[in-house]
Ligand binder design. Structure first.
Ligand code: SAH
Length: 261
């Protein structure tokens, strides 16, 4: 392919066949699965996915690459190329006709990892599992459990909507061009039920964000403007939590309990 990768679109193509195999095997795709691939590039991963899945919807923003993969897969009945910006696609509407929840797979540009995850969560009714390559440090924050150094607002947000798992590292040398950072492959299993109403959910995320904005401060200090001192006191009493606790010692469940006070 005579093509100069576009840095501005986060184009780092997976060129290592072993890692492509490992990725596709980890996705656990069966012949009834519908796959939504984000950022198909030249179609390396797409080809592997299509061997296992019933159907692959390959979303790619780059017009040139869309032409390349349309030609490459012209004979493949189970690959449909969609030339679009994933962030501008209304996934719930677009895939309303599907009776089965989709498996989402993507070696995505790292600078839009967060918007892509948020976008996928907002269409979670259509999605079973998400598999993404992420920058290693970002992946560690995504899967971090309470008490660990990488744990923060992002980890809580992820855990509210899904069960996260870091599957394996991907060395920078598996990509072309070789990126400056190492990567990791992450699995997010969507949670089915949500206990909180829209208003409560908003409150929960305000509490989480505000708490971690000043992670060295105690909750009493950082949450002064968000939750009344009385409620906070009751929360400490009810759940037998120390009053000088810092946010990284609270689990998502603790934050949920606090938001329900
Ligand atoms: N999956 C391929 C390419 C990965 S590079 C491989 O592993 O080899 C990331 C790809 O995402 C690039 O092809 C880039 O053009 C595409 N991309 C970047 N932003 C996008 C967006 N907003 N929507 C869809 N695709 C995007």
């Amino acid at each position: 392919m005579h093509f100069k990768p576009k840095k501005s679109l986060g184009q780092n193509f997976l060129v290592d066949k072993n890692i492509l195999n490992k990725i596709v095997n980890a996705c656990d795709i069966c012949s009834r699965d519908i796959v939504l691939e984000i950022g198909s590039g030249g179609g390396e991963l797409t080809e592997f996915l299509a061997k296992k899945a019933k159907m692959v919807y390959a979303v790619e923003i780059d017009n040139f690459l869309c032409e390349v993969i349309r030609e490459r897969f012209a004979q493949s009945k189970n690959i449909k190329v969609i030339c679009a910006d994933i962030l501008k696609m209304d996934l719930s509407k677009k895939f309303k006709f599907l009776r089965r929840k989709m498996v989402v797979v993507g070696n995505i540009p790292y600078y839009i990892s967060t918007p892509i995850i948020e976008h996928l969560f907002s269409s979670r009714g259509r999605i079973k599992t998400v598999f993404l390559t992420l920058q290693k440090e970002f992946a560690e924050r995504v899967v971090a459990a309470c008490g660990s150094k990488a744990y923060g607002a992002l980890s809580c947000f992820i855990r509210y909507y899904s069960h996260p798992q870091l599957l394996f590292r991907i060395p920078a040398g598996c990509f072309f061009p070789v990126p400056k950072v190492d990567s990791a492959f992450v699995r997010l299993d969507m949670k089915k039920s949500f206990r909180l109403s829209g208003e409560r959910e908003k409150m929960l995320f305000t509490i989480i964000r505000t708490s971690f904005n000043q992670r060295r401060k105690t909750l009493r200090n950082s949450l002064k403007d968000v939750i009344s001192a009385d409620k906070l006191f009751l929360f400490f009493e009810k759940y037998r939590i120390r009053k000088d606790i810092r946010p990284d010692a609270l689990s998502l469940q603790d934050f949920v309990n606090l938001s329900l006070m």
